[in-house]
Design a protein around this ligand. Structure first.
Ligand code: HEM
Length: 456
């Protein structure tokens, strides 16, 4: 036995100071009331207190990171895992065994299973479905009725995810049901996360019943999709086959519950994020007609008069920059959390084991220290000669590290294709009853964007 081995374990960061406490807390509630009243404004202003700040949410201490370098350092470090109140409430509703909430060896194994379906060289196989769905959306916009961007964006996002990744028969009807169920579930889920008043949600009120029905339908649909694939005896080379054939750490087939939770864990982050981003893209095309016109000109010069095809997307650099700039200023994912698995250090401060840490991509992507004209909508800032000046991790809408979104290429391809397809065909204006103010939920999106589509 060596002398070292009998010494008491040394904490990792014993001498380091604790981060400063953010200003503006009140007794009992701490900063909680500010976070509920004006979450985005509160998170943006935290940077004035330092790169790492302590928040009091009731009796609980939470640590907030406000610099891109530290958010990147945390995402890339093994000292943190996915956990905390946000994830616990998600697990309760969507299942505990899916990739989005798992940690450790199970998470690594699940990532290995799903990753092939999202590989860059596989994405072109989804091209025909993406083209078809983008054109169908543009077609529906010409119905003469105001375009309800919330339901249309959900529809196209869910249809693309379900048709590309799960295939199967009756997917048209199922994608439609999925998009209605998911839209309702997401609305209710955020309320349940920020106001965790369990018994209240069990009361037989119309809103609760609607939520319960939508959640039950979501789980039922997933069971139907899995059962139908099994009954078909077919094994196409797709994500669902990969999930059904997956083996656990011991080489045994994975359980039914895990298969179910995995499908849910891919469909849910895959629909709300893309749908919200499409809503913002439509809002941007409406608010900035000059940028929309440039997108249309670019499409015309690259594509001519035929419909935009999947293969055109990589040549549409201005359109891609509009998508990225829209995601910078109006990110769907506005807050992310982690939990420290061990005592550790961030930015020279001590972070205790078990601490919950939050950061806001919304705040990071609007930081004047990272962006000139930080609130200007300026797609050309993503031209290579200017983009090189953007600090590392100041624009990571899909995050980095082991929890990075597997769907970055899949998402960017469809977002650019949809933007090019609709902007080259239509100009937009808001109609009465439309409200494009930011609605804070699980994702950020406009409250209720209603548009009139005018031929370009
Ligand atoms: C994870 C963003 C679309 C599936 C994530 C994370 C971010 C993100 C930031 C990391 C969360 C964290 O660090 O805690 C986005 C954005 C999207 C998008 C901005 C679209 C604009 C999609 C789509 C799918 C998807 C289309 C699937 C079809 C997932 C999954 C995870 C994830 C399964 C969990 C990964 C893990 O924990 O290992 N996404 N996402 N996402 N995303 Fe996406």
């Amino acid at each position: 036995m060596t002398v070292e081995s009998v010494k008491p374990a040394q904490p990792a960061a014993p001498q380091l100071p604790v981060p400063p406490l953010a200003g503006g807390g009140v007794p009992v509630l701490g900063h909680g009331w500010k976070l509920v009243r004006d979450p985005l404004g509160f998170l943006v202003r935290l940077r004035d207190h330092g790169d790492v700040v302590r928040l009091k949410l009731g009796p609980k201490t939470v640590y907030a990171l406000t610099s891109p370098a530290l958010t990147g350092a945390m995402a890339l470090s093994t000292d943190f895992k996915i956990d905390g109140p946000l994830w616990e409430s998600l697990e309760g509703l969507l299942g505990k065994e899916g990739v989005a909430t798992a940690n450790g060896p199970r998470h690594r194994r699940q990532r290995r299973t799903i990753q092939p379906a999202f590989r860059l060289d596989v994405i072109p196989e989804y091209g025909p479905i993406m083209e078809e769905e983008a054109r169908a959306l543009a077609e529906r916009m010409g119905s003469g009725e105001p375009v309800d961007c919330t339901s249309e964006s959900f529809r196209v996002a869910v249809r693309i995810a379900a048709r590309c990744l799960l295939r199967g028969e009756f997917m048209d009807e199922r994608a439609e049901r999925l998009s209605v169920a998911l839209a309702t579930v997401f609305r209710g889920m955020y309320r349940r996360m920020v106001i965790p008043a369990g018994p209240l949600y069990r009361l037989p009120l119309p809103a609760n019943r609607k939520f319960d029905r939508a959640l039950a339908d979501l789980h039922l649909l997933v069971d139907e999709i899995v059962a139908e694939r099994r009954a078909s005896g077919q094994k196409p080379d797709d994500l669902l086959t990969a999930l059904l054939e997956a083996k656990d750490e011991n080489g045994e087939p994975i359980g039914e519950q895990e298969i179910h939770d995995q499908v849910v864990a891919i469909l849910t982050p895959g629909s709300e994020t893309v749908a919200s981003t499409i809503m913002w893209l439509l809002q941007v095309l409406t608010e900035h007609p000059e940028h929309a016109a440039r997108v249309a000109e670019e499409v015309k010069s690259v594509v001519g008069d035929r419909p935009v095809a999947f293969d055109d997307v990589r040549k549409l650099s201005y359109t891609n920059n509009v998508v990225v700039e829209s995601m910078r200023l109006r990110p769907a994912v506005w807050i992310l959390t982690r939990r420290a698995v061990t005592e550790t250090e961030l930015g020279g401060y001590r972070i205790p084991a078990g601490a919950d840490i939050v950061y806001s991509p919304f705040a990071i992507q609007r930081d004047p220290r990272s962006y000139d004209g930080h609130l200007d909508f300026d797609p050309d800032r993503w031209l290579p000669e200017r983009a090189k000046d953007v600090p590392k991790h100041a624009m990571s809408p899909f995050s980095v590290g082991n929890r990075k979104c597997p769907s970055d290429h899949f998402s960017m391809a469809q977002l650019s294709l949809i933007t090019a397809t609709v902007a080259s065909r239509w100009r937009f204006e808001q109609v009465s009853g439309s409200n494009d103010a930011t609605r804070v939920g699980i994702t950020l999106r406009p409250y209720r964007l209603l548009l009139r589509a005018l031929p370009r």
